[in-house]
Design a protein around this ligand. Sequence first.
Ligand code: HH2
Length: 382
Amino acid sequence: MLRLLELQDESDSRAACAAAGRPHADPNLRGWVALLPPRPALLHEGLRQSGVPVLRGETGALALGSLSQLWSSGRSLADALEDGGARALAADLARRAGHVEAQRPPWRLPRSRLPEGRVLVMAVLNVTPDSFSDGGRYAAADAAVEHGLRLAAEGADLLDVGGESTRPGSEPVSAEEELRRTLPVVRELVRRAGVPVSIDTSKAEVARAAIDAGAEVVNDVSGLQRDPGLGTVVARGGAALCLMHMRGTPQDMQQRAAYGDLLGELHDELLEALRRGLEAGVPEDHIALDPGLGFAKTAEHNLLLLRRLRELTQLGRPLLVGASRKSFLGRLSGKPAAERLTGSIAAATVAALHGASLLRVHDAAATREALAVVDAVRSSSS
Ligand code: HH2
């Protein structure tokens, strides 16, 4: 498979050489490279002729160029090459480079139109007794609705209502209980909040009822791995879908946090999730992807993921990132969940600068304030 990599330092450069099976790692490669399959040589040759150097290895090859070089060479080779396989790879290269350049594709919801041109805030509303940072605070429907309305007034662009904690080691709850917790809150917020409502669930039954009650988004932390009926429910209900990456279940996911190549494996597994969504009949422009910080990831994995997040924009879908108050931030600051606002804002800022389209956060007002600065810096011109 073809994939774009952003080499920022020596460790990235060595890892890219290893992925291509180069006998001697070059520690000094920097910038964007395309990791290509070892064949067809026609593609490598075509790229060289268009001015893109190609380093060959035993299991692959690295094409070195700026995004615009990779895009334009891919495009012209997709027209010029006769071999079908090489042509398809060249077209894929151009498409991926185009996605990274363009960034932040729109996310279509069934009824609401999300604002464009800035990074969006999805506010967390946990109607649970045991969520890791706000468990028990909004377990009663009235308190949850009130908090949801406050988050919307503070500038949240979407409200994500959840009735089952997914923190490491949490106990699963029945669909009945999840519905009892979330449905009255979804119904009321759809009527009163003035922003689209998302249901954070992996269960088809919960999603169906929430969509019927007016939820426009289903946020599935299992990436359509847990309930085989969920994709069809989302497609039939016309809802948008967020597919998050995780391995295993909240009970065993931290034992599964082992990767030979974190970004490569994450890329492949998110692509599989995207295919599951498309096969279920969800239109591509309704799907967002989420690398799943803290889900089958160690603290080090979360940091690496934030540093190289931009690589995942090659998948061509909006990226949602949830770092808010998570334990890797507590490890850095030594502070408990309720006191991780500063760390959460720093992580949100990094994610926004590295290509995230939406941030899933507990603190809507503070995040919107920080994002106003990020967006102003991003759009400043000379
Ligand atoms: N994180 C949590 C829950 N749902 N959904 C997406 N898309 N991305 C995330 O990072 C994500 C998520 C965990 O956070 P929280 O809801 O605050 O805690 P809990 O699972 O304990 O309710």
